[in-house]
Design a binder for this molecule. Structure first.
Ligand code: ADE
Ligand code: ZN
Length: 314
């Protein structure tokens, strides 16, 4: 089954064994970060802290190139032909690396993975909304400078921080530079937050977006306009957005005509993989093999790539 994903955070792909190795390399005590081979967190705020602590163990260009290549090699091994993932200049700077050096190193990891495993990948620079409007605008200006393989701009972090309209200027900077646009919305907030995100930021895709299901008018709008949902079922289950696969709205969104894709978000944090998301959709969310293939196809149709690359992938 060919697979593709549009929603994965680079630092969120770091496995516990890799994090242990990095901690040993830099002499950092990570006793509170890991419990055996699992990350320790219990809610979204503690997840973000664990994510920040793991990110801080990647400090050099070599660290980031290896992290990107390791993630891409792993999903290529389970059938992925394309991936878009988020990079965060704020996390790199916090770890002591300039955004330019960070993006160039990650692009190098992408090139190695393509040469070695045939997988194609592109980068989406994200602003972290709980770091504030100025920081998100700085991320947008960085993205607009078009570092290598950066084709998109997005908004991540705590959905409760600020109003979507606060980030309109950042999105205008990215849009004017010709970047594709996506925003996390409808993960922890409901339909109103999604509507405001669509109105204020005009992204072509939504990170998660699943809580649109709470408002039938909004579901109709998303289907009619063709907004693509980057659905991350394993993440939603791990973070308690939904209590069980039965309660997850992905089947309803799909059969209501929304364009859906399957994504891993922060795979080792949430005990998932891209292949695992496809299995979950098939075994617990009514996806036939044709529906899974359609999700892959939708991801490639909605990818932030040039048309020649898209044609090659389709
Ligand atoms: N950053 C990393 N993972 C995230 C998620 N699931 N939601 C928002 N921001 C994130
Ligand atoms: Zn995410």
């Amino acid at each position: 089954m060919p697979k593709a994903e549009l929603h994965c955070h680079l630092e969120g792909t770091a496995s516990p064994p890799l994090v242990r190795r990095q901690a040993a390399r830099y002499g950092v005590d990570i006793a509170t970060l890991l419990d055996g081979d699992r990350y320790r967190w219990h809610d979204f705020a503690s997840f973000l802290r664990a994510y920040g602590a793991a990110s801080a163990l990647f400090r050099t260009e070599e660290d980031y190139a290896e992290l990107a290549e390791t993630y891409l090699a792993s999903i290529a091994g389970s059938g992925a032909i394309y991936a878009e993932f988020f990079i965060s200049p704020d996390h790199a700077e916090a770890a002591g690396l300039s955004p330019g050096a960070y993006a160039a190193a990650v692009a190098e990891g992408i090139r190695s993975a393509e040469a070695e495993h045939g997988i194609v990948a592109r980068l989406i620079v994200v602003g972290v909304r709980h770091l504030g409007v100025e920081s998100v605008e700085r991320a947008a200006r960085f993205a607009a400078g078009m570092p290598p393989l950066v084709t998109g701009f997005g908004l991540a972090g705590d959905e409760g921080a600020g109003d979507p309209a606060d980030f309109a200027r950042a999105f205008a900077i990215a849009r004017d530079a010709g970047l594709g646009l996506t925003a996390h919305a409808g993960e922890f907030r409901g339909a109103d937050a999604i509507r405001r995100t669509l109105d204020a930021l005009q992204p072509s895709r939504l990170g998660h977006g699943v809580r649109a299901v709470e408002d039938p008018d909004l579901v109709r709008r998303i289907a009619a306009v063709g907004i693509v949902l980057e659905v991350c079922p394993g993440s939603n289950l791990a973070l308690g957005v939904y209590p069980s696969p039965d309660a997850h709205p992905l089947p309803r969104l799909r059969t209501s005509g929304c364009r859906v894709t399957l994504n891993s978000d922060d795979p080792p944090f949430f005990g998932t993989t891209l292949a695992g998301e496809y299995v979950l959709a098939r075994d617990a969310m009514d996806f036939s093999d044709a529906d899974l293939l359609a999700a892959t196809r939708t991801a490639i149709e909605a990818a932030f790539v040039d048309e020649a690359t898209r044609r090659d992938l389709l």
